[in-house]
Write a protein that binds this ligand. Structure first.
Ligand code: PRX
Length: 700
C-alpha cells in the first residue's frame, strides 16, 4: 500500500540544508494600490473557510455560478475518496463562460488572440462573437459528428482562438473534451485517443512558432494509426485551418474521414444550441498527466465542482475583475491553461489573452510590448519563462509602459533572485506576486498567498488558499510541525471542489497513488481519514508558508512540463539495440530540470552516435520534442544493486557532479568510475551541491 518512492524525502534534513539554492526570505507587503482595489480584502475569509466551516464554505464559490438547477448536498462522502460536490445541481460550463455575460458585456472582448508574427495584428473576439462561434460549432459537433453528452473527444491543437471555442462547444453539449498539448507527438496523441476512447479527433492544419510554419495535421495521421493499433477507431478528423481557405499542411486530407471545419461551418451559420443541463458531477474534461508508470493517466475533472473552484480562485487569488485584461502565457493544453486561461477568467466575464508564440520571439521585449499594447494588467507565467526573459533581456521591461497589478508564477519553484527580477524589473514594484502551487489533479490552486492579505515570501508558495488545509507528514504518517525545519510529504487534509474525480478508467490507481499512503482507515466514510497525498516534498515554515521542494515520484519537471522518467525509458527501449534505459534529471539554469538518458546495449552491438540519435528520435516521436534529453550516454552496464535494480541515484549523481556516496555495495561498483569518466571526462569535476529533488532521486 505504501508507495516506496515516496520515502525519498528524508525527514532528517534541516530547512537550511534543504535550501541549497536559497535561504528563508524576508516578507514583502502587497502594494497599497493593489490592496485598494482587490476582490479579497476581508481577513474573515480565514474563518469562513476554516475546517469548522467545511464543506459548506465552498457554497461561496458555487454561488459565483449560474445553476440550471441548484444543488442540495454540498459534499457527498459516502464512497471515499470519490468525493461528489454540489450533488443534485445541474449546470452548463459553456453557459457560465459565455451566455450569461451577454446581457451586460456582449460587445466586450472575451478573448484576444496574439499571433506569433509581430507583423500580424491581434484579433479580438467579443462575448457575442464567442457565443455565435461556440453555438455554430456545437451544432456541427452534434449534427455532423454525432456527438452527445458523455462522449469523449480528443482535441490536439495549438494556441489559437479555435481551441477555447472547441472546448466550450463540447462543454455546451456535455461532451467530455480531452485536450492534448499541441507539442505532444502524434503517437502521444494517439495513446490518449485510445485511452479516452475518442471517436473524433479535432486538430489544426498548422501554426507558427518563432516565425516558422509548423505542420500539425501530419501528427493526426500518426495519432490515428497509434490509436488503431490500440484498438480505437476514429471515424472523423475535424481539421481547423489556421487561415480559413488555405491549407498549411503537406499531409493529404483523407476522403470520408478528414473535414475542414471552416467548410462545414457554412452549413451551421446562425445555429443555436441550448446548453445541455449537466449534473454537477458529470465530467467536463480529461487531462492526461505523467506519473510513475510508463502510461500517462487521465485526470477526470467534474463540471460543477471544477468550475466553481476555478472561478472562486481566479477571483480571489488572481484578483480577476470583469474589466481586467488578463494574460496567462501557459498553453491551454496544460491544466493551467484550462483553469486559468479558459474556464476561470471566462466564467468571471473578463478578457483573456491567447498568445500563439514563444516569449522571446522576435526578442525578449515581446511580452512587454504585448502587455503595453493590450493594456494587460494581470500577467501569469512560469519560472522557466521568467528565467529565459531575464537572461535574454534583463533591461527590456524598463523600455515599456506596461503596468501589472498582479503577476503569477506557477509550475516550478522560483529562485529568489529570479523572483526579485520579476518583482522589480517586470512588476516595477507595483505588482503583487502570487506563487501558486498545484497540480493537474487539483483543478486549481492549493497554496498561494491571498494577494491583498498575506505578505509575499520569495521562493515560498504560501499558506493553503481559502478552504485548503495543507499538512506535512513524515513517512510514518506523523505530522511534521510547522517551523521544525524538517521536510516531508505535503498532503491536503480535506477534499475540495476542484479536485479530480478519478483517473479515467483506472479508479484503483487513483486510490493507490493519492489516498492509500496516508489513509487512516480504509473503511471510513469520514473525509478526515483520507488526506490527499500530492507526491511533492515540502517544508512548512513557522508562519505556515509552504515551500515546495519538488516531486517525490519518478516525475521530472522540465520547464514546468511534467515528464515521467518511465515514459522516456520505455521510448528508449523501442530502439532495437537498447537493452536497458535509465533517465535522470539534470539541473538546468533555465529549464529547471532536463532529462539525461543512460542506455546499455544488447550483446553484439557497440556504442555509436547513430544509436544515440535513434534514442532521441524515439523520445521525440513517442512523447514530443519537449522531452528531448540533454545527452544520451551509452554505458557498458548500468550500476546495479545485488538484486539487479538499476541505481538511478548514482547516475543522477554523475550527471549533476554530485558526490557519489558509497557505491561499494553495488553488484558492479567498477562500472561507476567508468561511467563517471565517460560523462565528466579525465579529471573528476568539482563536487556540487544539488537541489533536494535531485539529491534524493532514485532512492528507495
Ligand atoms: O512539483 C510540483 C510542481 O509542478 C507539479 C505539478 O505539475 P503539473 O501537474 O504539470 O501542474 C503544473 C501547474 C499547476 C507539482 O507536483 N509545481 C507546480 N507549481 C509549483 C510547483 N513547484 C513549486 N512551486 C510551484 N508554485
Amino acid at each position: 500500500m505504501t508507495n516506496s518512492n515516496a520515502s525519498r524525502v528524508s525527514t532528517e534534513l534541516t530547512e537550511a540544508q534543504i535550501a541549497v539554492h536559497w535561504q528563508e526570505q524576508e516578507l514583502i507587503q502587497p502594494p497599497a494600490q493593489f490592496v485598494a482595489q482587490a476582490n479579497l480584502t476581508d481577513p474573515a475569509v480565514a474563518e469562513r473557510f476554516s475546517l469548522e466551516n467545511f464543506p459548506e464554505c465552498f457554497k461561496e464559490y458555487a454561488d459565483l455560478l449560474t445553476w440550471q438547477k441548484y444543488w442540495h448536498t454540498t459534499l457527498d462522502t459516502s464512497n471515499p475518496p470519490f468525493w461528489r460536490w454540489f450533488v443534485g445541481g445541474l449546470i452548463n460550463a459553456s453557459y457560465n463562460c459565455v451566455d450569461r455575460h451577454l446581457p451586460t458585456s456582449k460587445g466586450k472582448a472575451a478573448l484576444i488572440f496574439v499571433p506569433d508574427s509581430e507583423d500580424e495584428s491581434h484579433v479580438s473576439l467579443t462575448y457575442q462573437e464567442l457565443y455565435v462561434r461556440v453555438n455554430e460549432l456545437a451544432a456541427l459537433l452534434r449534427d455532423f459528428a454525432g456527438l452527445k453528452a458523455g462522449d469523449r473527444v480528443t482535441i490536439h491543437m495549438p494556441m489559437v482562438l479555435e481551441l477555447p471555442i472547441t472546448m466550450l462547444a463540447c462543454a455546451r453539449l456535455g461532451v467530455i473534451h480531452s485536450v492534448v498539448f499541441g507539442g505532444f507527438s502524434g503517437q502521444a496523441a494517439g495513446q490518449r485517443i485510445a485511452d479516452s476512447q475518442s471517436h473524433v479527433l479535432i486538430t489544426m492544419d498548422g501554426y507558427y512558432r518563432s516565425g516558422v510554419p509548423l505542420d500539425h495535421k501530419e501528427k493526426a495521421d500518426i495519432a490515428l494509426a497509434e490509436a488503431a493499433s490500440e484498438g480505437q477507431a476514429v471515424d472523423k478528423v475535424l481539421v481547423w485551418r489556421r487561415r480559413p481557405g488555405q491549407y498549411l499542411s503537406n499531409t493529404p486530407m483523407v476522403e470520408g474521414r478528414d473535414y475542414f471545419v471552416d467548410d462545414l461551418l457554412r452549413d451551421y451559420r446562425g445555429s443555436r444550441v441550448a446548453p445541455v443541463p449537466m449534473p454537477a458531477e458529470s465530467p467536463l474534461f480529461i487531462m492526461y498527466s505523467s506519473g510513475t508508470t510508463g502510461r500517462p493517466k487521465g485526470c477526470q475533472h467534474s463540471t460543477g465542482g471544477y468550475l466553481a473552484y476555478v472561478t472562486g480562485t481566479a477571483k480571489y487569488i488572481l484578483d480577476v475583475h470583469p474589466e481586467d485584461i488578463y494574460w496567462c502565457m501557459a498553453d491551454i493544453g496544460w491544466i493551467t491553461g484550462h483553469s486559468y486561461i479558459v474556464y476561470g477568467p471566462l466564467a468571471l466575464g473578463t478578457t483573456s489573452v491567447i498568445y500563439e508564440g514563444v516569449p522571446t520571439y522576435p526578442d525578449a521585449g515581446r511580452p512587454w510590448r504585448i502587455a503595453e499594447r493590450l493594456g494587460v494588467n494581470i500577467f501569469h507565467t512560469a519560472p522557466t519563462a521568467i528565467r529565459q526573459l531575464r537572461k535574454a533581456g534583463p533591461e527590456e521591461p524598463s523600455k515599456y509602459n506596461h503596468r501589472f497589478k498582479l503577476m503569477v508564477t506557477v509550475g516550478e519553484p522560483i529562485e529568489p533572485a529570479v523572483w526579485y527580477w520579476y518583482y522589480e524589473a517586470v512588476g516595477k514594484k507595483q505588482a503583487v506576486i502570487v506563487d501558486t502551487w498545484w497540480q493537474t489533479e487539483n483543478g486549481g490552486f492549493l497554496c498561494s498567498t491571498k494577494p491583498a492579505l498575506d505578505p509575499m515570501k520569495p521562493g515560498s508558495a504560501g499558506p493553503g488558499v481559502p478552504g485548503i488545509h495543507p499538512v506535512i507528514y513524515d513517512e510514518n504518517g506523523d505530522e511534521v510541525p510547522a517551523g521544525s525545519g524538517k521536510a516531508g510529504n505535503v498532503c491536503i487534509r480535506n477534499p475540495w471542489p476542484g479536485s479530480f474525480q478519478t483517473i479515467w478508467r483506472d479508479p484503483e490507481r487513483y486510490v493507490a497513488t493519492y489516498y492509500a499512503k496516508y489513509c487512516k482507515d480504509p473503511q471510513s466514510k469520514d473525509w478526515r481519514d483520507w488526506p490527499y497525498f500530492a507526491n511533492d516534498g515540502a517544508v512548512l515554515a513557522a508562519d505556515g508558508y509552504v515551500r515546495i521542494l519538488g516531486r517525490v515520484d519518478d516525475v521530472i519537471n522540465v520547464a514546468g512540463h511534467r515528464l515521467g522518467t518511465k515514459e522516456l525509458e520505455s521510448a528508449c527501449l523501442t530502439v532495437p539495440e537498447v537493452a536497458e534505459a535509465a533517465v535522470v534529471p539534470v539541473a538546468d539554469e533555465i529549464k529547471g530540470r532536463i532529462p539525461e538518458v543512460y542506455i546499455s546495449l544488447k550483446p553484439g552491438f557497440s556504442a555509436s552516435a547513430a544509436i544515440e540519435a535513434k534514442a532521441v528520435a524515439q523520445i521525440e516521436a513517442i512523447i514530443g520534442k519537449m522531452a528531448r534529453p540533454k545527452a544520451v550516454h551509452i554505458v557498458p552496464d548500468m550500476p546495479k544493486t545485488r538484486s539487479g535494480k538499476i541505481m538511478r541515484r548514482v547516475l543522477a549523481a554523475i550527471s549533476n557532479s554530485m558526490s557519489l556516496g558509497d557505491v561499494s555495495t553495488l553488484a558492479n561498483p567498477e562500472v561507476v568510475e567508468e561511467i563517471r569518466h565517460m560523462v565528466q571526462g579525465e579529471e573528476p569535476v568539482a563536487v556540487k551541491e544539488a537541489p533536494e529533488d535531485i539529491r534524493r532521486f532514485g532512492d528507495e
